[in-house]
Ligand binder design. Structure first.
Ligand code: SAM
Length: 231
């Protein structure tokens, strides 16, 4: 898809994603070149969410509830667990993990998402940080979750390898991502899709194994992929 370089195309695209005048003003303030608009939009909407609309979307109960539920079902958390969620967004998975008694920690590289997650999951530690540089010692966690963040990672093997490092031996990973068959659909629309990474089930299995993870399984439910594995 061609870049939205004209201001009228940019305004139209913003509205297609439910964004408004404050987002357009934020784009203007960014003073970035017009050819960077679609990258900026990808960040604003999903890769590093910011702005009033992002706070509304990622704080809403139904945001990615299918992914959150699948991850929590797979992890079967209990009071002895120490959970890390990478790319925690508005913190709803952290909130929903609380009744299990697990000690939960969230990590996100969006300052606005970190603030929102602290509100939505009070009592949970939420840190500003990057999936590419997990700020935790080895074997800090018994479980790691990633919900709709894997597709934004440029070096998935490096991140999965670091997940293995921060998991104690036998610790569980559950990662929900989007399969290539949904590329360009409402689940992964352009221009975001062109900036995301999609993997066939077999490739996802291979990535996790290359990262040294064990008991690797991919369940694909109509294009939603749940990767589970152990350190
Ligand atoms: C599409 S949102 C999903 C949020 C939440 N996990 C959910 O399912 O609703 C992706 C989240 O991952 C975060 N994220 C993306 N890439 C990241 C990275 N490399 N390191 C840390 N956070 C990242 C974004 O800031 C955003 O909050």
């Amino acid at each position: 898809m061609a870049n939205a370089e004209r201001p009228s195309d940019q305004a139209k695209l913003l509205r297609e994603f439910g964004l408004g005048d404050d987002d357009l003003a934020a784009w203007d303030r960014s003073a970035r070149h017009s050819h960077e608009f679609e990258d900026w939009l990808t960040d604003r909407v999903a890769r590093r969410p910011a702005g009033a609309r992002a706070l509304e979307v990622y704080g809403a109960d139904d945001v990615h509830d299918f992914a959150r539920n699948a991850i929590l079902e797979a992890l079967q958390l209990g009071p002895a667990d120490r959970l890390l969620e990478i790319g925690c967004g508005g913190g709803l998975l952290l909130r929903d993990a609380a009744p299990s008694g697990a000690l939960a920690t969230g990590l996100d590289h969006s300052e606005e998402m970190v603030r929102l997650a602290r509100e939505r999951a009070p009592g949970t530690e939420v840190r500003l940080g990057s999936a590419e540089d997990l700020p935790f010692p080895p074997a800090s966690f018994t479980a790691v979750a990633m919900s709709v963040v894997f597709l934004f990672l440029p070096d998935p093997i490096a991140v999965l390898t670091d997940c293995r490092r921060v998991l104690e031996p036998g610790g569980r990973l559950a990662c929900y991502t989007t399969a290539p068959e949904l590329r360009g659909s409402p689940a992964a629309p352009e221009p975001l899709a062109s900036r995301c990474h999609f993997y066939e089930d077999e490739r996802l299995l291979a990535l996790a194994r290359e990262a040294g993870l064990e008991d690797v399984v991919v369940a694909n439910d109509g294009g939603g992929q749940l990767l589970t594995a152990r350190a």
